[in-house]
Ligand binder design. Structure first.
Ligand SMILES: [Cu+2]
Length: 134
């Protein structure tokens, strides 16, 4: 029984219900803006909601969506993003992204930036994003 419980615990540890993968940011200078991209993989049979992202590397961090009206592209803040059960939601150029406004330091290629993603069910997920061009 103890062994079984241990195995179950290990399995659970190795397959978290919600994962954030491939996090990266665009390079930019101190005082400028950058954008953070990643994939959220939801392996559970329940939706989860991303409602906040924080980072010590920028004055302001916002979840943004890209939209198109009358052929013009724009972006705006969204209060939350729902990740459906058994699905992957990709934050990518031209879509959802996390805006880093007024960087507190230079984001140089190959640098790493810490951020925390807050979810309603799975609480917070800490990530280290890689700075790269694309
Ligand atoms: Cu934006």
């Amino acid at each position: 029984m103890t062994i079984l419980l241990t195995i179950l615990t290990l399995l659970n540890f190795h397959t978290p219900n919600l994962k954030v993968e491939g996090a990266w940011l665009r390079p930019a200078g101190k005082g400028m803006n950058s954008a953070l991209y990643f994939e959220i993989v939801n392996n559970s049979n329940k939706p989860d909601t991303l409602y906040k992202v924080t980072s010590p590397a920028a004055e302001l961090v916002q979840i943004h969506e890209t939209f198109k009206t009358n052929g013009l592209m724009g972006m705006r803040e969204v209060r939350f993003v729902v990740v459906k059960p058994h699905s992957t939601l990709t934050f990518q150029p031209g879509g959802y992204h996390v805006m880093f406004i007024k960087l507190k330091k230079d984001f140089k290629v190959n640098g790493k930036v810490n951020a925390v993603l807050y979810f309603k069910t799975n609480k917070e997920i800490k990530i280290k994003a890689l700075v790269k061009r694309q």
